[in-house]
Write a protein that binds this ligand. Structure first.
Ligand SMILES: Nc1ncnc2c1ncn2[C@@H]1O[C@H](COP(=O)(O)OP(=O)(O)OP(=O)(O)O)[C@@H](O)[C@H]1O
Length: 324
């Protein structure tokens, strides 16, 4: 049964130039160019939609070619767009330069994303009322994310926060609005450092056993289920005292699915979007089943290049790995 997911976040138009090597300051290279959709919010909305959820997407856009592309691409995936329009700002953009070895330098101009207002979010009551699951990240204004999480809880939707990117601004009050957090190891380390004063990094976390990771999750967010994505090492799940949705144990790890990964860009977005869709499918959808589906969905997304447009569809995931 399809549930409803409301995603709040960024849309960026990615502009990518490839050359044999990256030019030094003042130098010029000839190369090739592609442009496509990006932004964690949009990537996750496409993932949720392709994973089978009725999906709404709350974002902010300019009045430019990128905004027109965002509208067309959202419509193509059946996503209902709730866009705050800022005519005096450009839509979000990312300039990406890649060399033949795959190294890149990136400049992101958040543009309209940074101007998403809590007032616009607050006026979307009907969208919140119809949502089973709400999902946000940290590439739009923190006030808008906070308002979204608050509205979601008031509307009895499950509130998921993907605390990405790692250097984004967070407050304790913002984190406390989340029922579920989905950091990767770098983001988890950054949150532990900023909010609990624990000095650690992604490598230290990767070396921890399950009991130690569970303890760190409980220390960071005693109120929330924490799902740490571990890249090619799979996923770790840690519940608070009351395990969520039928999970018998407080903490467990899922191995990665065997795939031929060619590009892991957006794998975290695939995971969070698919998890939201699976949890929206019914209040009795078991948490472990939803995590298993998201682990499969994200794994399959790594077999294609790109982010939003590389998201697989539910049918492809089931064909490859069996029924969810
Ligand atoms: N090589 C891989 N093989 C199988 N599954 C993978 C692989 N890489 C990623 N995944 C799946 O994708 C999930 C998310 O990956 P990861 O933790 O790298 O996210 P991320 O760092 O947020 O990614 P990104 O920032 O590129 O979007 C993993 O938990 C796993 O389910």
């Amino acid at each position: 049964m399809a549930g409803t997911v409301l995603v709040l976040g960024s849309y960026n138009q990615d502009h990518a130039w490839s050359a044999d090597d990256l030019p030094a300051p003042g130098a010029t290279r000839l190369g090739s160019y592609t442009s496509g959709p990006g932004g964690k919010g949009f990537n996750q909305a496409v993932a949720a939609a392709r994973a089978g959820a009725r999906t709404g997407f709350v974002t902010a856009l300019g009045e430019d070619a990128a905004a027109a592309t965002a509208r067309a691409l959202a419509a193509a995936d059946g996503i209902v767009l709730h866009a705050e329009v800022h005519g005096s700002l450009p839509s979000g953009t990312a300039g990406i330069f890649v060399d033949a070895a795959g190294r890149n330098v990136i400049v992101v101009a958040p543009g309209a994303n940074a101007a998403l207002t809590p007032g616009f979010v607050a006026a979307l009551d009907p969208a919140f009322a119809g949502a089973d699951v709400f999902l946000a990240q940290l590439e739009v204004s923190p006030e808008a994310v906070h308002e979204g999480l608050r509205r979601a809880r008031a509307a009895n939707a499950l509130a998921i926060l993907n605390p990405a990117p790692a250097n984004a601004f967070t407050t304790e009050a913002l984190l406390r609005q989340a029922d579920v957090l989905t950091p990767n190891e770098t983001e988890f380390a950054a949150l532990l450092q900023r909010h609990r004063g624990l000095a650690c990094d992604a490598d230290t976390l990767a070396a921890q056993d399950d009991a130690a990771l569970h303890a760190l999750c409980r220390e960071l967010a005693p109120w929330a289920t924490v799902v740490v994505t571990l890249g090619a090492s799979g996923v770790f799940v840690s519940h608070p005292g009351e395990a969520l949705r039928g999970d018998a144990t407080g903490a467990y790890r899922l191995r990665p699915e065997a795939v031929h990964a060619v590009d892991t860009t957006g794998a975290g977005d695939a995971f969070s979007g698919a998890l939201a869709a699976a949890l929206a499918a019914g209040a009795d959808a078991a948490f472990a089943d939803a995590v298993r589906f998201a682990n499969r969905f994200a794994a399959l997304s790594t077999e294609r290049r790109g982010a939003a447009l590389a998201m697989p569809r539910r049918a492809e995931v089931e064909e490859r790995f069996g029924p969810a």
